[in-house]
Design a protein around this ligand. Structure first.
Ligand code: PRX
Length: 566
């Protein structure tokens, strides 16, 4: 029996209050996520239960109970407060997937600041853009990554505290401070900040077609959605060992890599190392993982290595498998049935939605290739892109639209209310994805409705790549698009017109690729560069990515009447 039981029944009778009541959300005026993910679990008598088993890339492990999580998050909370940080300040976490990342996240929330996790593979420019936009006050990092901050700190006057969590005194500069979670005096009690339901909690940066990345602002009440979706969709039960493979630099890694599982009091495992099938299967077998939340790109990589390597391991511990971030193709679902004896269940959501909104449920029939149905409490439909009216004819493609109002929905884009307002049409929140709905109410994903590139489940903004490309000495103009890729679904391809005096060459191509990898991240690095004389533009001078994209994907080019060179 699953946690959700009958989906149809739950959809009909659902109220978010059910989740709030289970969580006892608001008891004694407490709304702070930090409390619900640590202190509350201890108060209920599970202080000795293991909250986190962490494994590093050398195979070394560390184990933390809920009591440890409570005390160490208090240590961070007190330290930040003692260092002058206040409620509402943005505090960035910039580190690999080490225990301090997960625990400081709760510490930041407990003292009332806003947690701003950033992917540790970001380069100087990607990091600068996001810290500058959020006017971030403090950053928690490690010796390995502090160098990037040093290179941009001068340009960030608001960034007053650089805090290194694994430093010895010698490795620090005068204007940096150190904290060691495990060596600092234990903080048995910390007065958790009395956040309200609508107090900002987490700021996650995400990419759009135009402009800089934007910060989706979430509030403490998001836990109401994250708790119940983790329970009903991930089907987390008290004795489970749960593994979310996502990095908390992205929303999956916080909503379902910290808040959802810990609000449910489950034991979770974290693997802080790169991908290899052998490693992953060993990890599942060693820790007896029961619930596994991962992404289609990872599943496709596992598929490439075949079922022989699966058979070398005892993976009978696996009970429920869920996927997110990109289209989960039917082949991957069928392969997983062969390999693990169970299908992957698809789940759809976004940084902005904060929690799963459309998905498959344990006791609902899975139609391989479909994303499933709306979560109870979420009204989802598809609308006509012209008038934003719901489309009722099954099988017609339209834009995915959600009725606003569930607890985890973002409340604004940081310092960009205009962009936020533009996401709502005719009373619907428009996700920016295209889909159809079949006769049984299942959603079938078609594609994005903008130029954002989804590579391996990570969104990369073409504008950010193009702006960075322009900073390369040889580049006159550029366009970045996604090109089809058998594993990552899409990878970045750049079209580049060179400045006079530069000639295309393999060396130049490599130099440009590396330039982007260092400035932005390995994800944003073009896997292919095509040198062109000029780029197709509209009459007003805008580069027509649509045309380049259509050519690359072998699609119809459509209306080109506004092209400059017609
Ligand atoms: O385009 C959709 C795709 O990922 C986008 C959201 O990306 P992000 O905000 O980074 O959040 C990722 C993790 C929640 C969506 O707009 N996407 C997400 N899940 C699916 C998906 N595309 C197809 N199928 C999915 N299950």
């Amino acid at each position: 029996m699953s946690n959700i039981g009958s989906y149809e029944e739950k959809y009909k009778t659902f109220d978010w209050e059910i989740s709030a009541e289970e969580l006892e959300y608001g008891k004694n005026g407490m709304y702070n996520i930090g409390y619900y993910c640590s202190d509350r679990i201890c108060d209920k008598g599970f202080g000795k239960k293991i909250a986190l088993i962490w494994q590093g890339f050398k195979g070394e492990t560390k184990t933390f109970t809920y009591d440890d999580i409570r005390i160490y998050s208090n240590v961070f909370a007190k330290f930040l407060k003692d260092n002058g940080l206040q409620d509402g300040d943005r505090v960035c976490i910039f580190m690999d997937r080490i225990p301090e990342l997960y625990i400081s996240f709760l510490g930041i929330l407990k003292m009332g600041s806003i947690a701003q996790p950033l992917f540790s593979a970001f380069g100087d420019e990607a990091l600068f853009t996001r810290l500058d936009d959020a006017k971030t006050k403090a950053i928690l990092t490690t010796k390995k990554h502090v160098r990037k901050i040093r290179r941009i700190r001068e340009k960030l006057p608001e960034l007053t505290k650089v805090i290194v969590v694994d430093a010895d005194d010698k490795s620090l500069k005068d204007d940096e401070i150190a904290i060691s979670m495990e060596n600092a005096p234990r903080v048995e009690h910390f007065d958790v900040f009395k956040a309200g339901k609508e107090t900002p909690s987490v700021l996650h940066y995400t990419s759009g077609t135009t402009g800089k990345p934007k910060g989706a602002m979430h509030v403490h009440a998001s836990i109401i959605s994250q708790y119940i979706t983790a329970k009903w969709v991930l089907d987390i039960m008290p004795d489970d060992i749960y593994w979310c493979t996502a990095d908390p630099g992205w929303v999956t890694g916080t909503s379902y890599g910290i808040i959802g599982p810990w609000a449910n009091g489950v034991t979770q495992v974290v693997l802080d190392s790169g991908f290899s099938s052998e490693n992953w299967y060993q990890f599942i077998e060693k820790h007896k993982v029961t619930v596994w939340y991962t992404a289609p790109t990872a599943i496709r990589l596992l598929m490439k290595d075949g079922t022989d390597v699966v058979k070398k391991h005892n993976l009978s511990c696996l009970r429920h498998l869920i996927s997110v971030g990109e289209p989960l193709n039917a082949e991957a679902v069928l392969w997983s049935e062969q390999a693990f004896g169970k299908p992957f269940y698809d789940s759809y959501w976004q940084t902005e939605t904060g929690s799963i909104v459309i998905t498959n449920y344990p006791e609902m029939k899975v139609k391989p290739g479909s994303m499933g149905k709306a979560f109870p409490g979420i009204k989802a439909t598809i609308v006509d892109p012209k008038n934003f009216e719901p489309i009722t004819k099954p099988g017609t493609v339209g834009l995915i639209a959600l009725k606003p109002g569930w607890p985890a929905m973002f409340r604004t884009y940081w310092a960009n209310k205009e962009l936020y307002d533009g996401k709502f049409k005719n009373g619907w929140y428009i996700c920016g994805d295209r889909s159809s709905i079949d006769n049984d109410g299942y959603f079938w994903f078609v594609g994005r409705d903008d130029d954002v590139i989804n590579t391996g489940g990570h969104l990369v903004g073409p504008f950010e790549i193009e702006s960075a490309l322009l900073e390369h000495e040889a580049v006159a103009e550029s366009a970045a698009i996604g090109k089809p890729d058998p594993v990552n679904m899409e990878v970045v391809k750049a079209f580049i017109a060179l400045k006079p005096g530069y000639e295309p060459s393999a060396d130049l191509e490599l130099s440009i690729m590396n330039f982007i990898r260092k400035k932005l991240s390995p994800l944003a690095m073009p896997q292919e560069i095509e040198f062109v004389k000029s780029l197709p533009k509209t009459r007003s001078g805008k580069i027509m990515r649509r045309l380049l994209h259509a050519k690359e994907w072998g699609e119809e080019i459509g209306d080109t009447s506004t092209l400059e060179d017609d």
